[in-house]
Design a binder for this molecule. Sequence first.
Ligand code: PLP
Length: 362
Amino acid sequence: SVKYNFCAGPAMLPPPVMAKAQQELLDWNGLGVSVMEISHRSSEFIALAKQAEADLRELMSIPDNYHVLFMHGGGRGQFAAVVNNFLGDKGRALYLVSGQWSKSAMEEARKLAGDCQIDALNIVENINGINTVVMPALKGSGDEYRYLHYCPNETVDGIEIFDEITSPWPIVADLSSTIMSRELDVSRYGLIYAGAQKNIGPSGLAIVIVRKDMLELPQMPQASIMDYRLCAEHDSMFNTPPTFAWYLAAEVFTWLKGIGGVKAMEAINKEKAARLYACIDKLDFYRNGVAVANRSRMNVTFQLADESLDKAFLTEAEAKGLLALKGHRIVGGMRASLYNAMPLDGVDALVTFMEEFAARHA
Ligand code: PLP
C-alpha cells in the first residue's frame, strides 16, 4: 500500500530519484562499482560534481559572483561556520529570532563569540494566541554588523517569512527547510546555507551559496574543513566531500529541472499547503496557531482541540500509511512536512483522513 512520509527531516525524497538510486547503487555509470566507492578526484565524479553545481545555479539563478560549496556538517555545521568565517577581529552580528532554529543559531554564535558581539532581536509576537512575525525596520550604519542572520522557515514552529527582507548589513539566511520550494533572489543575500535533508538529499551535506566578497571578511581560527575560502579554492574538495549525498543531490536537481524548476514547484507547494490549511481552518477539531501571512508551506503545524486524541490520531494515520505526523517534542501537537518530494496526492490522503477522523470523534 502507498505510504506518505511527512517527516520533517531527514525527509522523503522524490520516488523517481530513489528508484534510480536503487537501480544504480552497486554499479554507477557502468563502472561496476558504486558511486560511493570511487575517488572524488576521478573524472567521473568531478563531472557529476560540476553538473550538480551547474544545475543548482540554473535552478536558483545564482549569479556568477557567488561560490557554491558542498560542505559537511549539515545545518548546525553552518551555525558555527558563519561565525568563524565572518567575525574575526571582534566583529559583531545581529540575529533575528523567529523560532527554535534561529534561536539555536544565535546560541551557537554566542558560544563561539569570544571577543565578538552577538545581538539578538525577537521578531515573533504572540497576538491573541497567534504567532505573528513583526519585522522591525532594520536600520543602522553598514559597518555596524558584519551580517544579519535569519531563518526564513522555522521547521519546528511552522513559521515562514515570505517577504524578502531589506537590511543595511549582508544577509545570512538559513534556508534548510525552504530552499528551492519557492523562488528567491539570491543577489539579496551575502550567504545562504541549507542542510540537505529536506529538499536536497541525505543528511550531513550542507549547501552554501556565498557572495565572493564575503570571503574577504576577517576569519577566526577554525577547522580547515569549515573554512569557506579553502573550500572555494578547492572546489569543495579540500577534504573528501560527502560524495554519496552529493550524487543524490545531483539526481534531485535533475528531477526538479524535469518538473519545470523552482517556479513550477512553488505553484505545487502553494496548492499543497492551501489544501491542508483549508482543512484545518474548516474544522473546529483542528487548530493552527500561526498568523495566516506567516504560515509555513513546508511545515504545517496543527493541534487537535482535544489533545487526549493525539495518540489515536497518530496510530490511525500510520495505519493508513500517513507517516511521521508527530509534532516536534518542544511544541507538541502535529506537524505535516510538505517538502518538494511530497505529491499533492499525499496531502489529499491526509486531508481525507483528517476529515474522517474528525467526523468520527466529534
Ligand atoms: N536549520 C533548520 C531550519 C533546520 O530545520 C535544521 C534541522 O532540521 C537545522 C538548521 C539543523 O540541521 P542539521 O540537523 O543538519 O544540523
